[in-house]
Design a protein around this ligand. Structure first.
Ligand code: FAD
Length: 317
């Protein structure tokens, strides 16, 4: 038996959170005295996987699987799990991985714990720590099914190098009819230097910015910090920013190391999606704004004065 990790790629490169999942899988394998097998789709960066402790790569090379398709990928991963006799499957907590994990859990009659934030508390029985109640608390979850699927929260466990030589094996899953129904794919426009899911730093702004014409300073701040840009729901609803930037309970989840919220009030639905970030900095001209209660650092001031000064100072470094 080995531990199977699903390693998500984008345009032929592994996503950072896929490598975090590999690092996590190595830790579980180490504790259980076994090894890690990865399944990778149309990606030949096998040395990278070896760096994060993967002993064997099942490499799927199939043009039909160039684009993520939850049904087809779940079939492939479940067949890989059976082939490797994997009792634990590790993946990230990206939207695509969560979508696929639900299908996979159904196929394998597996337990599934998403948003896992730390190495297992124990491996026999398998107990993992994950966020609960929209990131307001943590839950220890005991996984009792024969197969367990662990979704590692992005940016929580981190990248850990455990270099081994990875062997590579071609793998051709048998895909059933109905596995393909992707009609078109729209790639997110990446503003700033990183995508929201992978970013270490996210600069987010809300209705306090007054209008889309004022986002130049937000983009400049993100650029100086090498950050991704994000926004509150009303901002994307108003069409000031693309929907792909909407974060919160109904938008993308954020678990960055640093989250800077500018002109955002801190409504519960916004906080639900961003509070997993490690350090939160709030800039708001209303000292009573609820976000200050959830912030690690706060600046009470007008964003139109504070942000340009911040950019100026950061440029000195
Ligand atoms: P506002 O609440 O209008 O706040 C603007 C803030 O800017 C204020 O605090 C103000 O003091 C400050 N400000 C104004 N001028 C300045 C200035 N010059 N300098 C500095 N600060 C300034 N919202 C989300 O964001 N994400 C979600 O996923 C989400 N999901 C939702 C789901 C449901 C079912 C519902 C009902 C609501 C949801 N919302 C979500 C909406 C949420 O309730 C809030 O309405 C929203 O987050 C408010 O956005 P905001 O903070 O940008 O705007």
């Amino acid at each position: 038996m080995s531990i199977l990790v699903y390693t998500e790629s984008e345009q032929g490169k592994f996503k950072k959170h896929a490598l975090e999942a590999a690092s996590y899988a190595y830790e579980v394998a180490h504790k259980l005295g076994t090894t890690v097998t990865a399944i990778s789709f149309n990606n030949e960066e096998n040395d990278v996987l070896g760096t994060y402790g993967v002993n064997k790569v099942l490499q799927v090379s199939d043009d039909k699987l160039k684009t993520f398709n939850a049904k087809a990928y779940a079939q492939a991963v479940s067949q890989a799990a059976s082939k490797e006799d994997a009792r634990v499957i590790v993946l990230s907590s990206s939207t695509d991985s969560k979508y696929m994990a639900g299908l996979l859990a159904g196929m394998l009659k597996a337990s599934y714990a998403p948003n896992v934030v730390a190495a297992p508390e124990s491996t026999s029985p398998l107990v993992v720590k994950r966020t609960a109640f929209s990131n307001k608390g943590f839950a220890l979850t005991q996984m009792d099914a024969d197969v367990s699927i662990i979704g590692v929260s992005n940016n929580a466990y981190g990248l850990k190098e455990n270099a081994v030589d990875a062997t590579v094996e071609a793998f051709s899953p048998e895909l059933k009819d109905g596995a393909f129904n992707v009609k078109s794919v729209e790639v997110d426009k990446v503003v700033g230097k990183a995508t929201i899911a992978d970013a270490e730093i996210v600069v987010s702004a809300g209705r306090g910015m007054k209008g889309p014409e004022n986002w130049g300073m937000i983009e400049e701040l993100a650029d100086v910090l090498g950050a991704a840009t994000a926004c509150s729901k009303p901002v994307s609803d108003l069409g000031w920013r693309p929907h792909s930037e909407h974060v919160g309970q109904t938008g993308k989840p954020v678990a960055s190391n640093l989250y800077i919220a500018i002109g955002i009030s801190g409504a519960i639905q916004h906080l639900a999606g961003v509070s997993a970030s490690k350090t939160k900095v709030v800039i708001n001209n209303d000292p009573e704004a609820p976000f200050f209660k959830a912030a690690d650092y706060g600046i009470v001031g007008d964003a139109f004065e504070v942000v340009p000064k911040l950019i100026e100072k950061l440029k000195e470094f």
